[in-house]
Design a protein around this ligand. Structure first.
Ligand code: ASP
Ligand code: MG
Length: 409
């Protein structure tokens, strides 16, 4: 008898009809002899609607109370789901985060799971029930309700799978799996059969939205295999699992892009110790994450410093940096918001030279100018003009043959 944790996202439980469909699918799996823990998100749009409601009270809702409010979204979906299962003649209990003993720290709105006590969950399973658990929520040491951050139900599912030592964690969503590129831009994009945790982490942090990043970190740490698949079809999705020899042969697994990028350049910065520290301290104090940083070699004791932040943080960052520029006597500060980042991710890059060259060649053939480059062990990113981003994705997909059948093996 396998123990499976399944998670259904907001669109999969977006209406009563869909909740019934999910109930049928879960029952089917239980009929095949599996023991099932089912984690649900709030019905599509509900979390946003709750946040909006809170903003009608105040622009800055109290974080503790906001978590109490947001947690109700999942309470609605799990209870409706359990009713649906019961109405079909099967036993099911819904549990909220505290009942499922999901213990977190006290960081409201972005709490981290510390441990899960499985006694109650196992008792429910032993009594022959399907167990429905509210995603995205937990309880802190003082019994306050906490939430795990947007998209956090994925993490709930993986954490439960780890704690229960489940055989599999299935994440049901509104896409068929992880693709070699965004299929809405690249019609030749292929669904990947398998991908490693490492690659999935890179893809998620570089802009792929299929899995919440923390859930992948969790899965990697506890070695929980994840099957990401569609709740609307029966097709096999993508397995996210520990790397193996086969995976290393694949040079590039996926191409991702991120339009939410902006560039700031400080021109003629005095080149002496402590300057980078002066520039980036106020930025990091403001909670702004800097991505790429490039400093060119100095001429006459001055250097240009260029870095990227998200478009969302652009205005705030440029104000902070202009302040510092005045203080340290830099010539001027330039900004550009019409940029985007395209990245290649693949385990095979570790052992193969020439991936970067192929990337640069493909972009140059399309006459796309690269303004910044950054690399790590398994990824290469280029900053280009935003208006060419779709062209770049297609050109790279073609250049690395990602639409070819061999990628499907
Ligand atoms: N309902 C929460 C959200 O919308 C959690 C989730 O869907 O995973 O972010
Ligand atoms: Mg979601």
């Amino acid at each position: 008898m396998a123990l499976i944790v399944q998670k259904y996202g907001g669109t999969s439980v977006g209406s009563i009809e869909k909740i019934r469909k999910v109930a049928e699918r879960v029952i089917e799996s239980s009929e095949r002899g599996n023991r099932l823990v089912v984690v649900l998100s709030a019905m599509a749009g509900q979390t946003d609607a709750l946040i909006k409601l809170s903003k009608e009270i105040t622009e800055t809702p109290d974080p503790r109370e906001l978590d109490v409010l947001m947690a109700t979204g999942e309470q609605v979906s799990v209870s409706l789901f359990a009713m649906a299962v019961k109405s079909m003649g099967y036993d099911c209990h819904s549990l909220l985060g505290f009942q499922a003993a999901i213990h977190t720290d006290q960081v409201y709105g972005k709490a981290r799971i510390r441990k899960v006590d499985t006694d109650r969950l196992l008792k429910e399973l032993d009594e022959g029930r399907i167990v429905a658990v509210a995603g995205f929520q937990g309880i802190d040491e003082e019994t306050n309700i906490t939430t795990l951050g947007r998209g956090g139900s994925d993490t709930t599912a993986v954490a439960l799978a780890a704690a229960l030592n489940a055989d599999l964690c299935e994440i049901f969503t509104d896409v068929e799996g992880v693709f070699s590129a965004d299929p809405s831009i690249c019609t030749h994009a292929k669904k990947l059969k398998r991908i490693s945790y490492e690659e999935m982490l890179e893809l998620a942090s570089l802009g792929a939205k299929v899995l919440e990043i923390r859930s992948v970190e969790f899965a990697k740490k506890f070695n929980v295999p994840i099957h990401v698949r569609s709740s609307f079809t029966r097709n096999e999705g993508t397995m996210v699992a520990a790397e193996n020899k086969e995976m290393e042969k694949i040079l590039v697994s996926g191409i991702v892009f991120d339009r939410n990028q902006a560039r700031i350049t400080m021109v003629k910065v005095p080149d002496r110790p402590g300057i980078a520290f002066r520039i980036f301290t106020p930025v990091s104090k403001a909670g702004i994450v800097v991505d790429m940083i490039i400093q060119n070699t100095s001429a006459e004791g001055r250097a240009d410093l260029t870095f990227t932040v998200t478009k969302t943080d652009f205005q705030k960052t440029i104000e902070l940096v202009r302040e510092v520029a005045k203080e340290i006597g830099a010539e001027k500060v330039l900004g550009d918001q019409d940029i985007a980042k395209v990245s290649l991710v693949g385990l095979g890059m570790r052992n193969h030279a020439g991936v970067a060259t192929t990337m640069f060649e493909a972009l140059s053939k399309e006459n796309i100018n690269i303004s910044m480059i950054s690399t790590s062990e398994i990824k290469i990113s280029c900053v280009i003009e935003e208006k060419y981003i779709e062209l770049a994705v297609r050109a790279l997909h073609e250049a690395f043959g990602l639409g070819d059948e061999k990628q499907e093996d």
